[in-house]
Design a protein around this ligand. Structure first.
Ligand code: C2E
Ligand code: CA
Ligand code: CA
Length: 698
């Protein structure tokens, strides 16, 4: 019953509470009223009976004194008209009844309404007297009876007592009426309370029910933007405020959670630098696309894009610039492809693209061409103009490969071929390329053993003073005499040697061999011929590079004056302070320093002032077209002018024509190196060349 109450809805609870409260109030009021009524009624009757007893006492005192029972009875008979009186006893001092009047119910009237019948209406006078004396149980005496006793006194002497028993039937009648009235009032009040409660409880229960409904909605729909409407400023209002605040908080938390999830999602699927899809997302999309392509018999093109010499930019201009450049590249790539195609960053400077539903592989070729052209346009990064090119490899599904892995591998292979063929171009994958990939791997393995097997030799290419047309020095150029493949040029194996770290022992071998060669030529009659040795960046970066050089000079007994080192800009720009230190120590010994491939890097000439440099070698790429290309001409002109103003010597490499030489001479270039004068030659042939072209004793 109690649990049923607690489990019932608030609406019912409120109603029950209101009904109970009003019921209890009415009940208590009625009870208090009854008690009060009863007491008042009794007091009044008692007073009346006492007065009556006094009158009877007066009127019967003479009768007692004269023992006139008849007169006494006569007096008493006058009382029969009072319906309240049950009995009147007149008792003398001996305790004997002198005269009494006792009401008796007429036989026929018994049980009739209005009859004064309470079963035993009166009691014998002794009991009544005792009751009157003690007043005991006067309130709860039942059947209701009130007893009073009055002494009969004559001349100050008690001669007897008058005892009156009165019934309280009037009270019962009164209380009965009152009880019915109270019941009626209770009914009306309950009805009113019920009617009011249904109205009033809604003031409390409706907002709570609304709140509960909102809660249900929120938890079912998981929509935290719903709010409960506030209708009052009471506790329920506070509750609604609190609830809404909670929702607000949940909504905000939900939002940040969603943002974090999105962020994680992005991290997992997108490249953080360029915002392009990453490898994982690319592969996923490509595999979906391949499934669709199989169903719909379509072709898919996969393109692999790799920037040329990107590492140099990172090394010389810093990673920040490199990153900004990559962002630009990403933007350009996105502009070229269709919305249905995907471009992704695989990492580093590698990007991959796939094109869906390619009707003809030539279309993929057109896109690759656009990419190569677009990426070679100058970039403006932090106010600096940067030039870079890209190599692109293309492979077609389903002709070249069936799986994502296979296609990516093919595109990568094709891209490497584009690089090998001179960079800044695209190549379609062919099955033959796989053979050359295989070759590359075997090449790497045999490169490891080439030193032990003594398969390397040095060729030498003379450098000539333009004014005097005399040899100034020779550049040592590495050649690999492969037992099966014949002579391999450094372009094909130096990158691998650098990757594998083999460049360190190979470089040492070159330096030692070049020094031994100087010694041999000096012994054979060319005492002052200088040899220039190429030093790769990783070699130069090694901690003990200067010691290695001095060690080899001492070992071979060659004066540092006959040694020249060719370093690229990127090699010395990587760690400027230590580079300056190493170069200073080499320079102090008398070794000549040249900056190789100048113009392809990004350092400015004035920056090179910090380094103790003797020569600037203008890169071959500027010389090739500079007679016809005005841009290249302008660059060469500027380099020569600035280098001269800094007191540096300038040498142009890759000079192949007289026209080139004439212009270089006019511009004030000091020296040249190139096929026009001589190709790189094996030592014996170079020795003969020196004999003809060097000054006597030089
Ligand atoms: P490099 O230092 O720029 O060497 C000059 C390259 O230009 C040589 O290529 C040379 O044969 C070529 N060359 C010279 N004159 C002409 C010309 O008139 N026309 C054309 N088309 N080319 C000309 P090579 O011997 O194939 O060497 C390529 C690169 O390999 C060198 O570029 C150099 O960076 C590297 N290398 C060569 N030997 C060594 C070495 O011993 N150690 C290191 N670390 N690198 C080396
Ligand atoms: Ca060189
Ligand atoms: Ca060069």
């Amino acid at each position: 019953m109690i649990t049923a109450f607690f489990n019932s809805p608030i609406k019912r609870k409120l109603m029950i509470i209101m009904l109970l409260t009003s019921g209890v109030v009415i009940f208590v009021t009625a009870a208090a009223f009854i008690v009060n009524e009863t007491l008042t009624f009794r007091r009044e009757i008692r007073n009346e009976m006492l007065t009556l007893a006094a009158i009877v006492s007066n009127n019967t005192s003479a009768a007692i004194m004269f023992n006139d029972q008849k007169a006494a009875l006569e007096t008493l008979s006058g009382l029969s008209s009072d319906p309240r009186i049950l009995a009147v006893h007149i008792v003398n001092n001996d305790g004997a009844v002198f005269a009494e009047y006792i009401y008796r119910v007429a036989e026929g009237a018994r049980g009739q309404s209005g009859a004064r019948d309470f079963g035993k209406p009166s009691v014998p006078y002794k009991i009544a007297l005792a009751e009157a004396d003690s007043e005991a149980g006067s309130f709860w005496n039942w059947p209701m009876r009130l007893t009073v006793a009055e002494k009969i006194i004559v001349d100050g002497r008690e001669i007897g007592k008058v005892v009156i028993q009165a019934n309280l039937e009037g009270l019962i009648e009164k209380l009965k009426r009152f009880f019915f009235l109270a019941a009626f009032v209770m009914l009306v009040v309950s009805l009113l309370a019920y009617m009011m409660s249904t109205k009033l409880q809604s003031l409390i229960s409706v907002p709570i029910m609304n709140l509960a409904q909102t809660m249900k909605d929120v938890s079912q729909k998981k929509n935290y933007s719903i709010r409960s409407e506030k209708t009052s400023n009471d506790e329920i209002g506070v509750l609604i405020d609190g609830f809404n605040e909670m929702l607000q908080e949940i909504e905000e938390r939900d939002e940040t959670l969603k943002q974090r999830q999105d962020h994680l999602q992005r991290l997992a699927h997108f490249d953080s630098l360029t915002s392009l899809p990453n490898r994982a997302l690319y592969c996923d999309r490509l595999s979906q696309t391949l499934l669709k392509a199989v169903r719909e018999k379509q072709q898919v093109a996969v393109l692999f894009v790799d920037l040329d010499h990107f590492k140099d930019i990172n090394d010389t201009l810093g990673h920040r610039t490199g990153d900004l450049l990559l962002k630009d590249v990403a933007v350009r790539l996105q502009k070229i492809i269709r919305a249905s195609d995907t471009v992704a960053r695989m990492g580093g400077d590698e990007f991959t693209i796939f094109q869906q539903d390619v009707k003809d592989s030539r279309n993929a070729g057109l896109v690759a061409k656009k990419i190569v052209e677009s990426l070679s346009q100058p970039y403006l990064v932090e106010g600096r103009e940067i030039f870079i090119t890209a190599s692109v490899g293309i492979t077609m599904f389903p002709d070249d490969g069936a799986t994502v892995d296979e296609l990516l591998r093919n595109a990568d292979t094709a891209m490497y071929h584009a690089k090998d063929s001179g960079k800044d171009m695209f190549k379609f994958f062919t099955q033959e390329m796989n053979v050359s990939v295989h070759n590359r791997l075997t090449l790497q393995n045999s490169l490891r053993r080439a030193l032990e097997r003594d398969e390397f030799i040095l060729y030498y290419q003379p450098k000539m003073d333009i004014a005097s047309r005399q040899v100034t020095s020779v550049e040592a150029l590495l050649r690999w005499l492969h037992p099966q493949e014949g002579m391999i040029l450094p372009g094909r194996f130096i990158p691998q040697a650098e990757e594998t770290g083999l460049i360190i022992p190979i470089g040492e071998w070159v330096l030692r061999t070049a020094c031994q060669q100087i010694k041999e030529w000096q012994a054979k009659g060319h005492p002052s011929i200088r040899v220039a040795v190429n030093v790769s960046a990783s070699q130069f970066k090694r901690q003990n590079f200067a010691e290695t050089v001095t060690g080899i000079l001492e070992e071979t007994g060659i004066s540092p004056l006959f040694l020249e080192l060719e370093l690229t800009e990127s090699a010395i720009m990587q760690n400027i302070d230590s580079s300056v230190e190493i170069l200073n120590s080499l320079k102090a010994m008398g070794i000549q320093i040249s900056i190789d491939d100048f113009g392809t890097g990004y350092s400015s000439l004035s920056y090179l002032r910090r380094f103790p440099i003797d020569y600037i070698k203008i890169d071959r790429s500027f010389i090739v077209n500079f007679t016809s290309n005005s841009d290249d001409r302008a660059i060469v002109t500027a380099i020569i002018a600035m280098a001269r103003s800094l007191g540096l010597k300038i040498i142009a490499e890759g000079v192949e024509t007289e026209e080139q030489l004439a212009i270089l001479s006019e511009l004030g270039c000091h020296e040249m190196q190139g096929y026009l004068y001589s190709k790189p030659l094996p030592p014996s042939l170079l020795f003969k060349f020196l004999r003809v072209n060097s000054p006597p004793g030089g």
